[in-house]
Design a protein around this ligand. Structure first.
Ligand code: ATP
Ligand code: LTN
Length: 343
């Protein structure tokens, strides 16, 4: 699949393009979620018609503690406001509040082949890490994701690199449906930022940083205190060679350089120059401080929103109402084409 270079707003000044993306409330979001996805959402929301959701239906594809899940859904919702998304400009909602997601997912399940789903690498990975619970929802997860995207006729879906394969499936499903019934869904393109698209684990830099990693030292959570962030970055795995430059076999250093670059805007060459002749200790301190400063305003705004649960509930209700209007329209269109009798 070709990744298009899209200049926000440039193609049609009258009709803005649409974007949609979601994040699971499966834990406290990490620096990987932030740099790979959330940060781009804020930037893109200025130029696109945008919708962003807390993908709680996705989260139960692995076993969740109900009390924790309930808490995490509202925390992640508050985080969406804390990163600077404006509920007056973007539709911000909780996926399960809009029943059309589950409904369209069912319909699309019947237009998706078992064989194509069996190739999904995330399913293969997660069925290994959750071998005691390889449920059918985990298998058909990308169909629900396709429904999320297609309901809003999204042109662009800002995600981290790990979601590219799921985007391809969403496109395949949309093309198949359109091929049978005529144009129903917009074909979405992925938007994968040049930097931060794959932030790696601090303890095993060959694996992506993940909020569901059992080892908390492997990730920086967006709500970690400055002290914890410094400690985690200082204990990040590097190598024994000692030079700060981007290179093969230097996964740990490459990852920290990527993180530093996202937070400071410096490119790899500038970073290598800055730390020429210096050791990993200095480098890690600088990376830690840059991350602390990057996350500080997010954390401050988050604390403020979490104190006002009534406001969060009001915003979630408002987002769900607007999202439902759009989603129901697309759902009805698709169901009509399949031959359902509309109520
Ligand atoms: P889990 O670890 O529970 O499977 P996740 O963090 O991988 O969850 P989501 O919460 O759904 O999955 O991810 C939200 C967004 O963050 C997605 O766009 C995803 O591509 C992006 N993302 C997740 N991890 C990283 C990472 N390490 N680097 C860059 N982007 C990431
Ligand atoms: N599968 C995504 C989360 C997700 C998503 C979406 C992303 C659910 N629905 C729709 C973009 C568009 C993940 O990152 N794990």
């Amino acid at each position: 699949m070709e990744e298009k270079i899209i200049i926000p707003g440039a193609e049609s000044p009258e009709k803005k393009k649409k974007i949609l993306s979601c994040i699971q409330p499966s834990g406290i979001p990490t620096l990987g979620n932030y740099l790979g996805a959330l940060k781009n959402w804020k930037t893109l929301s200025d130029d696109f018609d945008s919708a962003f959701a807390v993908a709680d239906l996705h989260a139960i594809t692995v076993r969740q503690d109900p009390q924790k899940l309930r808490k995490q859904i509202m925390e992640v919702f508050a985080l969406l406001l804390a990163i600077g998304l404006d509920p007056e400009k973007s539709i911000i909602f909780i996926q399960s509040h809009v029943p059309a997601h589950a409904q369209l997912a069912w319909v699309l399940n019947c237009y998706t082949q078992f064989g194509e789903m069996s190739r999904m690498t995330q399913f293969k990975d997660k069925s290994q890490s959750h071998a005691d619970n390889v449920n059918v929802g985990l298998f058909s997860y990308p169909v629900l994701m396709a429904a999320d995207i297609l309901l809003y006729q999204a042109d662009l879906v800002p995600v981290g690199a790990d979601q590219k394969q799921h985007l391809e499936i969403a496109r395949d499903i949309a093309n198949r449906f359109n091929g049978i019934y005529g144009k129903t869904f917009t074909i979405p393109d992925p938007y994968i930022g040049k930097q931060g698209a794959r932030v790696m684990s601090l303890q095993d830099p060959t694996k992506k940083m993940s909020k569901s990693d059992p080892n908390p030292k492997s990730y920086v959570s967006v709500f970690d205190t400055p002290e914890t962030i410094m400690k985690k970055i200082r204990s990040a795995v590097t190598d024994s060679e000692g030079g700060v430059y981007y290179g093969e076999g230097k996964d740990g250093v490459n990852n920290l350089m990527g993180i530093y670059s996202c937070c400071t805007g410096l490119d790899y060459e500038q970073i290598a120059n800055e730390f020429q002749g210096k050791g990993y200790g200095d480098f890690k301190n600088a990376v830690g401080e840059a991350v602390v400063e990057e996350l500080r305003p997010v954390r401050e705004r988050y604390d403020m929103y979490m104190k006002d649960q009534a406001y969060l509930k009001e915003m979630a209700a408002k987002g769900a109402a607007t999202a439902s209007r759009i989603a129901d329209r697309t759902l009805q269109k698709a169901m009509k084409k399949c031959g359902f009798v509309l109520p």
